[in-house]
Design a protein around this ligand. Structure first.
Ligand code: ADP
Length: 474
């Protein structure tokens, strides 16, 4: 693999004296020795981004859009390599990387390039005075991203930040650092000026913490866990830096008594995608008691038929968990639930024949309190029944999170009645994971602060300005 293991700062590779080992979840073997950045590298990257900012902010939006399209072309050209490296690095399915993820990565750049060109300006008039509203670039953006969908989530932030005329310092997750490094090469090949995009590798508590505590940062966008979000929020508060937080979930999937059960089972099985390491996963299945027996039986059959194995095999449905720590955390949740009397009707433990990090897709009926409350971030679903719509809504909202909710029903009227009552940034009705990038994305309650997507992204990554002009008199 010819991926640089060093930082990308000011258009150059920068190495740190200390390194950390990047392991592949497929076999827990080392794949790279990555430069371990800290305060020094974070400061260096912010300085480079700051230096590059004035010229990039002045670059015409047509030229910025052209460069973003050139980056997208570079992603398309190297999509196979990116997909293979990402699978080796984070263990997610090669099939998904090839078919869904890498095309979406390129699309993130194209979408925000085109959005920039189409961005209108509001003008208001009061007593002959015009109020001209403009979207000014904010400055240097610190982007902190997780390991479950590394390049997809990073580019979802990088593309609007750059489109808006900002410069960027990205700190990818230490468990999946590689594709960000390839992206740095792609941006250089595309002709992005030095310092406009920078990557600092390293641990969250070192490189990440130093980055978000830098007073020259104008925006922080973070996707990750709630405890880390609280630390980042505290750093942002010290400098009054606007922050966008996209966090976890414990989302409900409601199967109403009139649901199409084939569809309901398909949608429930999708919640095991990426071995359950998806913030949007609707892991609490809430099923009308009239259909619960049949639904459970069919679902268990489907879970047992899932093909678990090497994520590079295109026939595999479910691969390994990302890391030993995450694997042990998941197993801890499962073992404590079993000890409390929860019943696993599918899975319930490791699939050790395949390797160290493969966990069987698991379904609990009569789940423990902890399982219902805490985000597992693994292939573990719970199933509970309800006897009325009112109870379904109460159970759905009985969580500290509010990222998304999924309703399966054949009644449009029921859907219209239910969806406004659900606390969630996204409500899916008879579908999952299909979203227009013009629409807002984000969470309520502990699932986050702010929304990104379309104008919501520009709102966040720009300083919105109102220029009021008196009438011009000759
Ligand atoms: P997880 O626990 O699932 O790994 P985290 O929220 O800890 O999720 O990690 C998401 C991203 O946040 C990673 O890039 C990680 O390095 C980074 N991170 C972790 N701790 C901090 C911190 N204190 N400050 C800034 N970034 C951090």
């Amino acid at each position: 693999m010819s991926v640089s293991a060093d930082h990308w700062i000011g258009g150059e590779r920068v190495a740190s004296p200390q390194r950390f080992t990047d392991l592949s979840p497929i076999d827990e073997q080392p794949i790279a020795e990555i430069s371990r950045g800290g305060a020094r590298e974070a400061a260096q990257a912010v300085a480079a981004a700051r230096k590059a900012f004035p010229a990039w902010a002045r670059t015409s939006k047509e030229e910025r859009a052209r460069l973003l399209h050139a980056i997208a072309d570079g992603v398309d050209k190297r999509a196979d390599e990116l997909a293979n490296v990402e699978t080796r690095d984070n263990g997610a399915l090669l099939r998904s990387h090839l078919r869904g993820v890498m095309p979406r990565v390129a699309h993130n750049f194209r979408f925000f390039a085109d959005w920039l060109l189409g961005l209108g300006h509001d003008d208001f008039e009061t007593r002959g005075h015009t109020n001209h509203v403009s979207w000014d670039p904010a400055g240097v953006c610190a982007l902190i991203t997780p390991w479950n969908a590394p390049l997809m989530l990073a580019t979802w932030k990088i593309a609007p930040a750059l489109a808006a005329g900002n410069t960027v310092v990205l700190k990818p997750a230490e468990w999946s650092p590689l594709t960000a490094s390839i992206l740095a090469d792609i941006t250089a090949e595309a002709g992005l000026p030095d310092g406009v995009f920078n990557v600092v590798q390293g641990f969250g508590a070192e490189a990440g913490a130093a980055l978000v505590d830098n007073p020259d940062i104008s925006r922080i966008s973070f996707t990750g866990s709630v405890p880390t979000a609280r630390l980042i929020g505290a750093a942002a508060a010290r400098h009054l830096t606007p922050v966008s937080l996209e966090l976890g979930g414990k989302s409900p999937l409601l199967v109403m008594r009139d649901a199409d059960l084939d569809l309901a089972v398909d949608l429930a099985v999708e919640q095991y995608d990426n071995a359950g390491q998806v913030c949007l996963a609707c892991t609490r299945l809430l099923v009308a008691e009239e259909v619960a027996g049949e639904f459970t039986e069919r679902l268990v059959e489907r879970i047992k038929a899932l093909r678990q194995g090497d994520p590079r095999d295109l026939a595999t449905d479910i691969g390994p968990q990302i890391h030993r720590k995450q694997f042990d955390k998941i197993d801890g949740f499962v073992q404590r639930a079993v000890a409390e009397g929860a019943r696993a009707v599918a899975g319930g433990g490791p699939n050790a024949e395949l390797g160290g990090l493969y966990y069987r897709p698991t379904l609990f009926t009569e789940p423990s309190k902890e399982l219902l409350r805490e985000e597992v971030f693994g292939p573990v679903l719970t199933l509970q029944t309800f006897s009325s719509e009112e109870q379904a809504v109460a159970m759905a909202n009985d969580t500290s999170y509010g990222l998304d909710a999924l309703v399966v029903t054949t009644s449009e009227e029921r859907a219209r009645r239910l969806t406004p009552q659900l606390v969630a940034g996204t409500v899916w009705v008879n579908c999952f994971f299909v979203r227009d990038l013009r629409a807002p994305f984000g969470g309520s309650r502990d699932s986050g602060i702010g929304r990104e997507g379309g104008n919501w992204s520009f709102d966040f990554y720009c300083d919105v300005k109102n220029t009021v002009s008196a009438p011009w008199v000759r």
